[in-house]
Structure formats: C-alpha cells, structure tokens
Ligand binder design. Structure first.
Ligand code: SF4
Ligand code: SF4
Length: 392
C-alpha cells in the first residue's frame, strides 16, 4: 500500500474504504461479509474508513467490526455531521454523540460537514456556534481533523475553502466529471492551500465499470495495458499528486484486493499521451449514450411517494449504454415486481428530491422522460399480468 500525507503529515492510504455500499441481505447489512472485507482491507494496509450518519446502518457496522476485532487504533474513521438536519446548536452535539456511540469510539479522526453545496450551509452552522464547538472537540481530542464534503459548483467550492482553515475536504471527481462540481480547478485550489483532498464517486457510483457502453469496454479490453475499467478510473485519479485518497465503496474481497493492488503500484504522473487519448475516446462514447447524469448516490431518497429515483435513472441509462430491452426488463423486474413498485408514475411533482440532488438533475422532468421510455404498453401489460399471479 502507498500513502499520501494529511495536513499534519500523517499517512493516509491511497485507497480509502467507502462504507456506504456494504452488501445488504434482507434489507440489513450483511455483517459477517462486511467484517471479512474490512479486515482484509486493514490487512492490506487500508487505513481510511469513510462512513456517515446518513448511511443507514454503516456506522454501527463499522463500529462493531472494529470493536469485535480490537482494531480501532489501526484505522482512521471519517464520518459526517448531517448538517442539513441541524436546526439548533444542541443538535450538533446530539448527532456527534450518537455517531460516537454507533462507532463504539470516543474520537473521530476525520470529521466532515456532510454535503455542502453553498457557503450558506457553513454560515448557518457558524451562527449556531460550530466554531467554538470544533475548537472544544479538537482540544479534548474528540475530533482530530475537520473537513467538509462538497457537491456544488467550482466557484462556490473555492469560497468555502477560503472561509475556514480546513484540515481536509472531500469532492466528487473522476475522468468524466473533470470539470463539473469542484472539478480540477477546485482540486488544484485545495492543493495550493495545502488541504488534502479525498475523492468520492471515483467510478461514478460504479457506472464507469458496469454501465460503460460496449464500444468503450472493447477499447479498454484491447488496450495493451490490460487494465480493467475500474483500474482506468482509479489510475486517472492517482496520476494527480493533488489527490490524497480515493474512496471506493468496496463490497467483495476481490474488489478490496484489486484496489489494494493498484494502489500499491500506481505512480503519479505515469499516464502517457496515448493513455489520455483513450480517456477522451471513452468520454466521447459515454456522452453519446447517457440520458441522465445520475451517480446513484441516493441523496434524493426516500421519496415520500415511493418513487425509486436512482433505480429508475439507472435503468433509463442502461437502455442506451447496453440495450433498450435490458433497461426495460430490469425496470420491470427490479422496480415493478416489488410488493410496492417504485415506478416514476407515482411522482406527484413535489420537487423535494431535487433540493438534495448533488448533480442538480431536474428529477421530475427526467422521471417523466424515463417512464415513457422504460414502460411502453407491452411492458406495462406484462408487468401487471405477472404481478397478479406472483404478488400476494
Ligand atoms: S418530486 Fe416526485 S420523485 Fe421527487 S420527492 Fe416529490 S414525489 Fe418523489
Ligand atoms: S437523482 Fe441525484 S440525488 Fe438522486 S441518486 Fe441520482 S444523482 Fe443522486
């Protein structure tokens, strides 16, 4: 494993363990499976574990794994204050204490303000006294480093960077999103201030692997490097020395081992002009196919009317990146055959989901478009026929 330093010179592994995508079984996290994967990560030198108050069951699971195996001191925990839920000063402490309890620890190594999109988010917290609160927590050792995760545009990101002496930050960044959100300009601005940058969505929620169009997959397969699609995504990031740590939502031993292998042999600045031409070509192919720039982060969920927004967009994009029938079939099976289907037609247009979407997707409009494409008459008839006979 290779490491890059945080602001105080402490090593952070190039690959960080994203604990948002632990495998679920019967609606709950499969603890035994997650435990094996996290322990393998620790064994391979991964020392950064990212979770959040809002990742249902993730903090509890990580806390239990570390406590049961007596390895809290081998890892850094990064977790997040759900700042968008904080309405008064007392709630800051309430959320934090709840997180300590869930994680079975008395300190957090890297504490983030979750999902800033505007400097106003930070101003609101300052009005509630967060600056004194941080100072006290740092003094007592309950928080070692303070940062924020971000989903707005580049100029706003730089405003937030300049508004406080941050220890680190977390941004969405990958070879397709090079110039959206904080983007390359934001990354370089943070690095210029000596602020370590943790990367989320390095593979756009897996889409740069699973939903690559066939022609892009072929391009990767035929390339002399022999790298996988994931490897292309990760190497692009680590090629930039300004990137400190890349989070990967790992949920198989193979994934943990593969990511650790790449993070052990990659070098900043090693990509060639020919490699960059491959990235450009992949981006061109993706741009031609994609219908909605949804990363599957699920920040828009739950919809109070039961629409499964990310799954709808996933299937919609699949229609164009794989095949129409594949996308429609998956939609009918995964959304339509649940006890309570999550079809886009349930949308009443309240717009609440759009306020939470870091990609600023006009969700209501796109749902209508997706529904039309995903459910032509034969599929609607077939789904209701099947439901009649299989759902009781
Ligand atoms: S706009 Fe539609 S999808 Fe979004 S929260 Fe409201 S009902 Fe749900
Ligand atoms: S619509 Fe937006 S918030 Fe919802 S899953 Fe997609 S990117 Fe995330």
């Amino acid at each position: 494993m290779q490491y890059r330093n945080d602001k105080k010179g402490n090593p952070i592994s190039l690959i960080g363990y994203g604990c948002m995508r632990f495998t679920k079984k019967g609606g709950a996290i499969d603890f035994e499976k997650a435990e094996k994967e996290v322990l393998r990560g620790i064994e391979l030198g991964i020392n950064y574990y990212d979770t959040a108050y809002a990742y249902g069951g993730s903090e509890e699971c990580l806390g239990k794994i570390l406590a049961n195996n007596n390895c809290r001191d081998k890892v850094n925990i990064a977790t997040k204050l759900p700042q968008y839920l904080v309405k008064n000063a007392g709630q800051i402490d309430k959320f934090f204490n709840e997180e300590l309890r869930r994680l079975q620890t008395d300190y957090i190594d890297y504490y983030l303000m979750h999902m800033f999109t505007d400097v106003k988010n930070w101003d609101n917290l300052k009005e509630l006294g967060i600056l004194d609160w941080i100072e006290n927590k740092k003094k007592s050792g309950a928080i070692k480093n303070i940062g924020f995760s971000y989903h707005g545009d580049t100029d706003m990101f730089i405003k937030i960077l300049d508004s406080y002496d941050w220890d680190f930050c977390q941004i969405q960044y990958n070879y397709v999103d090079e110039h959206t959100q904080a983007g390359r300009r934001g990354l370089e601005a943070a690095a210029a201030k000596g602020i370590p940058v943790v990367i989320m969505e390095p593979l756009r929620g897996g889409k740069l692997v699973n939903l690559l169009p066939d022609s892009a997959k072929k391009l990767i397969k035929n390339n002399a490097h022999g790298w996988s699609s994931a490897e292309w995504g990760l190497r692009w990031l680590w090629n930039q020395p300004e990137v400190t740590c890349v989070l990967s939502g790992m949920n198989s031993l193979e994934m943990v081992e593969e990511n650790a292998r790449i993070a052990s042999d990659v070098k900043a600045g090693e990509l060639t002009e020919d490699d960059f031409k491959v990235y450009e070509e992949i981006k061109r192919i993706i741009g031609e196919k994609e219908k909605v720039g949804c990363t599957g982060c699920a920040y828009c969920m739950p919809c109070s009317h039961g629409v499964d927004i990310p799954a709808t967009f996933l299937c919609y994009n699949k229609m164009y990146s794989e095949s129409k029938s594949e996308g429609r079939f998956e939609y009918a099976r995964n959304i339509g055959m649940r006890e309570k289907p999550g079809f886009a037609t349930l949308c009443v247009g309240c717009g609440l989901c759009e306020k939470h979407c870091p990609q600023h997707i006009p969700i209501r409009e796109k749902l209508k478009e997706a529904n039309k494409a995903l459910r032509p008459l034969p599929y609607r008839v077939a789904t209701s026929f099947l439901r009649k006979f299989t759902i009781h």
